[in-house]
Design a protein around this ligand. Structure first.
Ligand SMILES: [Zn+2]
Length: 929
């Protein structure tokens, strides 16, 4: 609850944290220490890293001495470190920064469209506002060093070139977008450097909860750092350009610059893609001019996905950009055998998506790639976790194989041919590329502003005509009725996310008609006559991933990332797209503060009752249980919804419903005088398995459990192996892990011994004992494989034998039918949506008489695909997605879908939460049969 409104508190904090005030009257103070003087080494020196806390200290000191630099602390990160925004411009511009900010905000139509006079003033005197975010992925650490060098240069260099930049650009930069991880990686590196375990991977995720997936949170803003970035982007500064700096694998090109490869997204204005190419190409040219080779574009990363840093800017009419520089082994050099240039063109290299990027992308999976590389995407070499991967060689004694992508071509004019590559090279490439971006933004300031204005104006005009995007169907806005939702609280959750992304959301003051339907007063309305309409549309509509083929005969190229996000579907919220123009007389009220969660509840004399309909119900239940209340569930009513009956002290109830708005609803107070109680809810004792090496699926689950107020205990291999688990736990959760990683873990010799291996035979036996003694094992996605293969279960995994040509779903929203009479299905919608990523799907098998095998959720007999990309739809039809097995006393719940994927899948969270309650239930027969 407390993190829901992060973006607004951030905004309020802005004026309070100006650390560096103007100290020097003109120019630059002579006493400004260089980074080398301050840190004691030149940034980029082999095996030396500037730690984030020292970077903060240096930048604050610099800001105190320079009238070109300001530093603001936007608030604490997840682990309590300062999240810094540095603002750099000419002294004159900084003195009038609020004025230039107001021009930039007006460019993005904040507070209404600019008048003609305001527009002309923006073109004449507005600045190019450029945001550069660094080091989001913590092992990709070079940019946290490079940015310090660049800031120092801008603060002290009196050349005409720097003056031009400072006069024309307001440069905003976040030195590390994940400060906690920067510190973690620096300390880890210092621990292992120059030891035999120098390439031992980090034992934990480098973002405390979500690891590498901190680059997949830019529409949910679940993590503090994402919300802080959203605050800069869509509530404070509205930068026109946003570059996010990353590192890729070590063995191919040296730097990726924009543009990215196909497919493009139909909702993005073409001018935005064009500006990516203008700015990206200017970066490439600057690198060429310095004789830096290995500059590539139009590969690997497609131009489609909405949830990544930088990328998200496109739908906000911001020029979102990416650089990916080849990695060293953190700060240790990489050595690679040398190749000879090949002048014969090869199909693989020329195909754009090929080359070093190869196949096997689909970082959407990203999760549970085994204990060793859980934090890194599936594809080695693409935005990988460098150095931390371990076992890939690259030392002087064991150099990497020579590069294979060695044919010069338009996208890759001067291929990298191998040799030594250092942190210093990364810093050099990044300083050059970032400086070039600023220089071009300065040179083309007015054209950039004019084009952004045009895109913003066009967006609103097209929204007015219902013509946004490139589909044939007209769409004028989105209507989100509240009271008609299965779980009205989720409609509010959805609105909260939209507001976080800067979308203007309104409430209808009165009942109204649209497309022949009647909508109640209080319906949320998102008109497309707004500057961020492209974002709202893309976020809420169903995705149809474009079919891009290298040749007409070849298979379509699968997405780089997940293929669907449709947030309404994922939240289980009905979102109606207006097919005709919204009534101009419609009385609307802007929603500026996210409303409370609606809750159908009533006091029925002896206590309270409320409709048990979704994830927020679990939050309420957990708060009540912690307050000592008794909570029972009735059998579902005719609509499939159980009622929760609460006996609690009034103060416990009052505290528990904080954030909820009580209203009489369909299920409120409808409990019969002597209701048929199905089950008593108890707080489950939860163990959450955490593999060494970091596992994002575990991290997201951990975040969710905390967010919804479930207590849990983290279990490492030794804790599982110690046995006697049933004495401590009702449920043990196994996050998704590939193959046999649960059992074997990462066995590479480079891994420090204490982090090597999985739960092993002892741990496996302990899990079997746990189940035999009545414990509940809950497995997600890939982890269901181990249970199915090693246990006699009345379930078969149908995915196991299918090739990628037969069946492939790289992050797809699917239709689900839920058995809401089963304990695990209680309160869910009967027809809903799940998130599926190439994991098992099941059929049940006869002949296991000791087991009661129940299909909790299945795919429909008709179309499975709800949004995104799915090859082999028919193979899943009618099959099981979630299976619950009661072995009396033990239980096993197999989630073939990801019920908690990236914390986005609110519609299926109840299935996970119910499974936890089921584990604590003892012998009560809940179905009441
Ligand atoms: Zn990265």
């Amino acid at each position: 609850m407390k993190s829901r409104h992060n973006y607004r508190p951030v905004y309020r904090l802005f004026s309070l944290f100006v650390v560096g005030l103007l100290v020097c009257a003109t120019g630059v103070c002579a006493e400004v220490a260089t980074p080398e003087q301050f840190f004691g080494f030149k940034l980029g020196t082999d095996k030396k890293l500037a730690r984030y806390d020292k970077i903060v200290e240096y930048l604050q000191k610099l800001a105190g001495q320079s009238d070109r630099v300001r530093v603001r602390n936007l608030g604490p990160t997840t682990l309590g470190n300062p999240y810094l925004l540095v603002e750099i411009s000419s002294p004159e511009n900084l003195r009038n920064l609020e004025h230039y900010k107001s021009l930039e905000r007006k460019l993005y139509f904040q507070g209404g469209a600019p008048t003609d006079a305001e527009r002309d003033e923006i073109f004449k005197s507005g600045k190019a506002v450029v945001l550069v975010t660094n080091n989001l992925h913590s092992t990709e650490i070079g940019s946290s060093q490079a940015i310090v060098e660049l800031i120092h240069r801008l603060a002290t260099d009196n050349s005409d070139g720097v003056k031009k930049i400072l006069d024309n650009v307001v440069f905003l930069t976040v030195p590390s977008a994940n400060p906690d991880g920067q510190i973690l990686v620096t300390d880890w590196y210092n621990k292992v450097v120059d030891t035999p375990n120098e390439s031992s991977p980090l034992p934990v995720l480098y973002h405390y909860y979500v690891g590498h997936d901190d680059n997949r949170d830019m529409f949910l803003f679940s993590q503090k750092e994402s919300a802080l970035a959203a605050g800069i982007l869509w509530h404070d500064w509205f930068p026109s350009v946003w570059l996010d700096e990353h590192q890729q694998g070590s063995d191919g090109s040296r730097i990726f610059t924009m543009p990215a490869r196909d497919p493009i997204n139909p909702n993005v204005d073409p001018l935005i893609y064009r500006w990516e190419a203008i700015l990206g190409t200017s970066q490439a040219a600057a690198l060429d001019a310095e004789g830096k080779t290995g500059v590539i574009h139009n590969v690997s990363y497609d131009s489609y996905y909405v949830g990544a840093f930088g990328w998200t800017g496109w739908w906000h009419n911001q020029v979102g950009m990416l650089t990916e520089v080849a990695s060293a082994r953190i700060a240790s050099p990489i050595y690679q055998q040398r190749a000879t240039l090949s002048l014969s063109s090869s199909q693989a290299a020329a195909s754009g998506g090929g080359g070093a990027a190869g196949g096997g992308r689909g970082t959407g999976a990203g999760r549970g790639a085994g204990a060793g590389r859980g934090a890194a995407p599936a594809a080695a070499g693409v935005d990988a976790s460098p150095g931390a991967g371990g076992g890939r060689g690259g030392t002087q004694e064991q150099p990497l194989p020579a590069p294979t992508d060695i044919t010069p071509r338009n996208d890759y004019l001067q291929p990298w041919l191998g040799g030594k590559w250092t942190l210093g090279d990364i810093v050099d490439y990044e300083v050059t590329a970032t400086y070039a971006l600023l220089e071009t933004a300065a040179d083309r300031r007015e054209t950039l502003l004019r084009d952004i204005y045009k895109v913003n104006l066009d967006t609103i005009e097209k929204g007015r005509k219902g013509e946004l995007g490139r589909g044939s169907e007209k769409a004028y806005g989105v209507l989100i009725p509240v009271s008609e939702q299965h779980d009205p609280a989720e409609a509010v959750e959805l609105v909260d996310k939209l507001i976080g992304g800067g979308v203007e959301v309104y409430r209808a003051k009165n009942e109204f008609k649209q497309d022949e339907k009647t909508y109640a007063a209080g319906t949320f309305v998102v008109p497309f006559t707004q500057v961020f309409a492209r974002y709202a549309k893309d976020l809420l509509e169903r995705q149809t991933f474009p079919q891009v083929r290298v040749t007409p005969e070849s298979d379509p190229i699968p997405p780089y990332d997940v293929s669907s996000w449709s947030l309404g579907l994922q939240f289980g919220v009905r979102t109606d797209f207006a097919k005709t123009a919204l009534d101009s007389s419609l009385a609307l009220e802007r929603v500026t503060v996210t409303p409370k969660w609606p809750l159908a509840a009533a006091n029925n004399g002896n206590g309270w009752s409320f409709a048990y309909t979704g994830a927020q119900s679990a939050l309420l239940v957990n708060r009540l249980l912690k307050g000592g209340a008794a909570v029972r569930l009735t059998k579902p009513d005719s609509a499939g919804i159980p009622t929760a009956l609460v006996t609690a002290k009034p103060e416990v109830w009052t505290k528990a419903v904080e954030g909820f708005e009580i209203r009489a609803g369909a299920a409120a107070g409808k409990a019969p005088p002597r209701p048929a109680v199905a089950t008593t809810l108890r707080a489950p004792r939860v163990g959450l398995y955490q593999p060494w090496g970091g596992n994002q699926d575990e991290g997201w689950t951990r975040w969710l459990l905390e967010h919804y107020s479930f207590d849990y205990t983290t279990l490492h291999n030794k804790d599982v192996q110690a046995g006697k688990l049933r004495q401590r736990f009702d449920a043990i959760i196994l996050p998704s892990q590939r193959g046999t990683a649960l059992l074997t873990g990462n066995t590479a010799q480079s891994v420090l011994p204490e982090y090597r291996g999985g739960i092993g035979d002892d741990g496996w036996q302990a899990l079997l004992d746990f189940a035999a003694e009545g414990g509940t094992i809950i497995a997600f996605g890939e982890s269901t494989n181990v249970l199915i293969e090693k246990l006699p279960l009345g379930v078969k995994n149908l995915k196991r034998t299918l090739t990628v040509q037969e069946h492939h779903a790289p992050g797809t929203i699917v239709n689900l039918q839920v058995d809401t009479s089963h304990p695990v299905g209680l309160g869910a919608a009967r027809e809903t949506y799940g998130f599926y990523v190439n994991s098992p799907f099941f059929e049940t098998v006869e002949g296991f008489s000791s087991q009661k095998v129940s299909v909790v959720a299945r795919y429909p007999n008709t179309t499975v695909l709800a949004s995104g990309w799915l090859r082999g739809d028919e193979l899943m039809q009618g099959r099981a997605a979630v299976v619950a097995i009661d072995e009396n006393p033990g239980k096993i719940v197999l989630f073939g879908i990801q019920p908690q994927n990236r914390a986005q899948t609110h519609a299926t969270l109840p299935l996970l939460f119910n499974a936890l309650y089921w584990s604590a239930e003892g012998d009560v027969n809940i179905a009441g049969q």
